[in-house]
Design a protein around this ligand. Structure first.
Ligand code: FE
Length: 139
């Protein structure tokens, strides 16, 4: 399989007990239990520094600050992932609607949802939980 098609990424698989030990309570609730944090009360929604956002569970590089914009929602929002292989999508049919859940392609951790009301050119709004991310500053 050619690299870049999503089939070559080494998956991270851990038991629930392992995740519980390694993650903070917030990270565990978001990444493993698909929780959602409060808007405007999270680490990165207003972060304007230059760098990369990694998966807090496995370190997979997910988003660049170049793709981040202020959506006004109170959650960190991006127009696209750092590469198409970084994330995967799942139908989320909770709350009597169908949303598209975004998960880390390496560890399966829940990151947030993607919506079609983002700015051009992608028109996408990747609405992420800060608790599922770890920011690394780059100058
Ligand atoms: Fe991950």
């Amino acid at each position: 399989m050619r690299p870049g098609l999503g089939m070559s990424m080494e998956k991270v698989v851990k038991s629930d007990e392992q995740w519980k030990r390694e993650l903070t309570a917030d990270q565990y609730r978001i990444l493993r239990l698909k929780g959602t944090e409060l808007p405007f009360h999270n680490e990165y929604y207003a972060n304007k520094r230059q760098g990369s956002y990694l998966c807090a569970g496995c370190g997979n590089k997910l988003f660049s600050s170049k793709a981040k914009y202020d959506s006004g929602t109170g959650w960190p929002s991006f127009v696209e992932p750092i590469s198409p292989d970084a994330v995967e999508f799942q139908d989320d049919k909770t709350f009597r609607t169908v949303r598209t859940e975004v998960v880390c392609a390496r560890c399966g951790g829940h990151l947030g949802h993607v919506f079609d009301d983002g700015p051009l050119p992608t028109g996408k709004r990747y609405c992420m939980n800060s608790g599922s991310l770890r920011f690394v500053e780059e100058s």
